[in-house]
Design a protein around this ligand. Structure first.
Ligand code: FES
Ligand code: FES
Length: 212
């Protein structure tokens, strides 16, 4: 089933959403306009949906690097980085949740700094070096991911990519953070499973191992 058909099938559900959520849903479904994404394999389902591009829609050429690869894309000004990553490049390790900048599930590194991709417009990433959870290590697990695995730092795992990204950013800047500095660094990452005990054990293990 094409992406737009899926969206249309859920129209009744969306009518019951608050306006902000409907806007977000519209943004998800309005995949048109991404005429070309080069550098990382495109998502064929979304390429199909690009047939819906509105006539006369202004596109901006975005050139950046994602996980070490050069990427060029034509994006409308309203396109969020989160949408480009997940729906056009198939990098679904970056999670969509609140879309309001409150949960950190969509966290990526932009030029080494942790950023909520749901609040970042794609055009703002011109020339940027973006790292998603898929690009953290060249092969195998990044040491922070390994620490989460060993210490049970996840339950459903939905928050984990964002948590890991935030920890990697923290330890690369401050390899021996104090507990309050860890709490501050993770204050923008919420775990709906409330598995903070395991998460803190994982962070402490990564610190002990000298990650960063
Ligand atoms: S989805 Fe971006 S902060 Fe929650
Ligand atoms: S492990 Fe489920 S949201 Fe954190």
């Amino acid at each position: 089933m094409r992406m737009l058909d899926k969206c249309a099938a859920n129209q009744g559900d969306r009518d019951n959403l608050p306006e902000s959520a409907r806007d977000a849903e519209k943004d998800r479904c309005a995949l048109g306009g991404a005429k070309a994404v080069q550098g990382i394999q495109n998502n064929p389902e979304c390429a199909d949906a690009s047939l819906s591009a509105e006539a006369g829609e202004t596109l901006i050429t975005l050139s950046c690097r994602i996980n070490g690869q050069p990427v060029t894309a034509e994006v409308p000004p309203s396109r969020r980085l989160l949408t480009v990553l997940r729906e056009e490049l198939g990098l679904t390790g970056t999670k969509r949740s609140c879309e309001l900048g409150r949960c950190g599930a969509c966290m990526v590194l932009i030029d080494g700094r942790p950023v909520n991709s749901c609040l970042t417009m794609a055009y703002q990433c011109e020339g940027a070096e973006i790292t998603t959870i898929e690009g953290l290590s060249g092969g195998g697990l990044h040491p922070v991911q390994q620490a989460f695995l060993e210490e049970g730092g996840f339950q459903c795992g939905y928050c984990t990519p964002g948590m890991v990204i935030s920890v990697v950013a923290l330890l690369s800047e401050n390899p021996k953070p104090a507990p309050e500095e860890v709490e501050e660094a993770l204050s923008g990452n919420l775990c709906r499973c409330t598995g903070y005990g395991g998460i803190m054990r994982a962070v402490n293990k990564a610190i002990e191992k000298g990650v960063g």
